[in-house]
Design a protein around this ligand. Structure first.
Ligand SMILES: NC(=O)C1=CN([C@@H]2O[C@H](COP(=O)(O)OP(=O)(O)OC[C@H]3O[C@@H](n4cnc5c(N)ncnc54)[C@H](OP(=O)(O)O)[C@@H]3O)[C@@H](O)[C@H]2O)C=CC1
Ligand SMILES: CCCCCC/C=C/C(=O)O
Length: 498
């Protein structure tokens, strides 16, 4: 953690004075859209301004990506060379590791140590991981009847539109960029207007490296409506989106109203986490359940936000969770002693506080937190105390709607059947957890939980070797592993008559 020294912050302040705008066809160009500003959520002060795109800029970016795809320098590069190029990009990210983490932390409010150790580290590793896949993902020979040889090829799709939210800007960006590039596609990318800086810097680093042919990656900045120029574009062949369920649904319409482009969606969540009284190590279950939600300030779609606790241990669990919450230190994201930084924006902080009020109005008991933290230097920032809401029922608003912040609802249950029924009683199905010492129950309950990831005796495992993605209104398709590669290719069957 010695990497973050004032020089990094000074570097960032200088960099923010002259932020570049759009990256189209291998050139930096000034956007024709609105002037946007970004706020440092730790103190409410403006970090900098940048110019967003207009529809014409989106058309230019799509044309550049299309041109690059047709020329085909990237997709026809030898696979091993493409893989090596991706490894070199990973090395460039590592070279600028501290800068990227600094921008992420300033812009989003996440702890610098989390941005450095988790987000930027994984961004570099993902380029390596998918660089390694380039010559290992291919078609198969099909055992067809008759005098034919039939085989499949895995072809790049073409121009991929990629749109990410503000909670994990760089890592979610690379979740999409790396597999799409590995398969030879070209890209038009849009980060959230709330947190564009780490992605702008990433594009700058890649541009300066000269590693990618012009037009292979293109960057569009701007508010949500600018994203819709991408998703409705007839020249975009695929869209990969991470964000809210509401916008995800709109994107399905956009696809249907334009060229029926395939859409992958990583959407919201309200993930259940069930602690049975026979959890193998109750203290560990409580601790991991706490940190599973409260790291990254609760702004995680897969966070275990609904905790179901078997009644005999309910009060013990609530009491221990409250102790953890009360001990949590909120403060400067660059202070290594801080446990939690500010929420991403004032509007988001107010939305979280509004949910807490709704919970109380419907009968929830505040066991910890429940208010904005304005202690000491936190006064100007958007800090919300880690909040434990006890005595919640699963039909309350706080148990059904995604709060996307440091708020945990704790719900008692009496039987396994009831726990599973309540856990699945949600429009979402992103992740789920359960804690038990009974192997048969672990299998039984894991099978019944309707979620894309189920964690047993642990919560929150993220590893790019294992697929990540939700069921129900949490989305379509998967990120990570071989699954991402599939979503950036089209499978063609070729038949040769003998
Ligand atoms: N399942 C998963 O893997 C994950 C899901 N999420 C979900 O993301 C949400 C939080 O992110 P949030 O940024 O608020 O989500 P939004 O859906 O509001 O925005 C996500 C991205 O889409 C852009 N956007 C907004 N409207 C449109 C539109 N009509 N057409 C195209 N693009 C649009 C946004 O731009 P702008 O921000 O500039 O408005 C942003 O870049 C939560 O619901 C969370 O659960 C988050 C992380 C992971
Ligand atoms: C940087 C490694 C951890 C990434 C976890 C991303 C999860 C995001 C979410 O659930 O929103």
């Amino acid at each position: 953690m010695s990497n973050i020294q004032p020089a990094q912050l000074e570097w960032a302040q200088d960099w923010l004075k002259e932020v570049k705008s759009l990256y189209i066809g291998g050139e930096w160009v000034e956007g024709g859209g609105s002037l946007l500003s970004s706020i440092n959520p730790a103190n409410g002060q403006e970090l900098g301004k940048f110019r967003g795109a207009n529809e014409e800029n989106v058309n230019q970016a799509v044309a550049a990506a299309h041109g690059a795809f047709e020329v085909g320098e990237w997709k026809t590069m030898s696979r091993r060379e493409r893989g090596r190029t991706m490894w070199k990009i990973a090395a460039c990210i590592r070279e600028h590791h501290a800068e990227l983490a600094t921008l992420e932390s300033l812009d989003n409010g996440k702890l610098y140590k989390e941005a450095y150790l988790d987000d930027v580290t994984e961004a570099a590793e993902l380029f390596e991981y998918y660089g390694g896949w380039v010559d290992k993902f291919y078609g198969e020979v099909s055992p067809v009847e008759g005098n034919f040889t039939s085989f499949t090829t895995k072809d790049p799709i073409g121009v991929c539109g990629q749109i990410v939210p503000w909670n994990f800007p760089i890592v979610m960006g690379v979740w999409k960029l790396a597999p799409a590039l590995a398969m030879g596609n070209t890209i038009v990318f849009k980060p959230s207007s709330a947190t564009s800086y780490s992605i702008i810097r990433l594009f700058e680093i890649i541009h300066d490296s000269g590693l990618l042919p012009k037009g292979t990656i293109n960057l569009i900045l701007g508010e949500g409506r600018i994203g819709s120029y991408i998703t409705r574009h007839m020249g975009v062949d695929k869209v990969s989106f991470t964000g809210s369920t509401g916008v995800g649904k709109q994107l399905v319409h956009d696809s249907a109203d334009s060229n029926l482009k395939p859409v992958t969606l990583e959407l919201g969540g309200k993930s259940p986490n069930i602690i049975f009284a026979d959890a193998p190590n109750m203290d560990a279950a409580i601790e991991r359940s706490f940190y599973g939600l409260f790291t990254h300030k609760g702004e995680k779609c897969s966070a275990p936000t609904r905790l179901f606790v078997e009644r005999p241990v309910y009060e013990r669990v609530v009491g221990k969770l409250a102790e953890y919450a009360d001990a949590y230190k909120l403060g400067d994201p660059f202070d290594v002693n801080s446990d939690q930084g500010p929420q991403v924006s004032r509007a988001h902080m107010e939305s979280i506080l509004g949910y807490i009020q709704k919970g109380v109005q419907q009968g929830a008991r505040i066991a910890a937190g429940g208010y904005r933290d304005t202690e000491g230097n936190n006064e100007q920032g958007y800090y919300v105390r880690p909040t434990i809401l006890a005595d919640v029922t699963n039909d309350m608003i706080v148990a059904q709607e995604e709060i996307f912040g440091p708020v945990l609802v704790v719900i008692p249950f009496d039987t396994e059947e009831e726990a599973v029924r309540l856990a699945n009683d949600s429009i979402y199905g992103l992740a789920a957890g359960l804690w038990t010492n009974d192997v048969a129950r672990a299998h039984r309950v894991a099978n019944k939980l309707d979620a894309g990831q189920v964690f047993v005796n642990r919560y929150g495992c993220y590893d790019y070797a294992s697929p990540f993605g939700g069921f129900k209104q949490s989305g379509w398709g998967k990120e990570y592993a071989i699954h991402s590669l599939s979503s950036y290719t089209k499978t063609k069957a070729i038949w040769i008559a003998h």
